[in-house]
Write a protein that binds this ligand. Sequence first.
Ligand code: IMP
Ligand code: MG
Length: 173
Amino acid sequence: MEDKVSVMISEEEVNKRILEMGKIISEKYAGKSIHLICVLKGGAFFMTELAKRITVPVTLDFMSVSSYGSGSESSGVVKFVKDLDEPLEGKDVIVVEDIIDSGRTLSYLMEILKKRNPKSLALCTLLDKPDRRVKEVKVDWVGFEIPDKFVVGYGLDYDQKYRNLPYIGVVEV
Ligand code: IMP
Ligand code: MG
């Protein structure tokens, strides 16, 4: 059966915000190059859109951690599924995430990445659900703060579905 998905943030709004974020980040890193780290799979859509709007030189790498089963609640267990291909030593690194919810995944990940001696390490997320935070994590750029609702689209899934929606939606249950 098809679920009903309602629009929370339209495609136009998301695109407009990513354009702004690309501009802000490009200005901040003027004269430098940026090493973007995508947290798979959810961060992939946001990362490619953001990368296209950054005007300083960019390199990319991908990693995959998993803190969720097939449901919608964080288990608190973070599993390393795929590590980065490149070292971070001396690089200006920005981690790109789809959403920060409890903060468990990212607080764990940022600690690990810090130990690899990047020149700088920042965090950029498309969405933030601050009401759900249980682990503190410093976020440098947030696309949208959203209420405590389970969202899909723009990389975010519900049981691996809906990642390809070009907007942020809520599955009606
Ligand atoms: P955290 O460790 O609780 O911050 O969870 C972060 C990860 O949980 C995100 O990268 C998403 O993969 C997933 N997640 C959290 N909230 C949502 C949601 O509303 N929709 C889809 N995935 C979510
Ligand atoms: Mg994610």
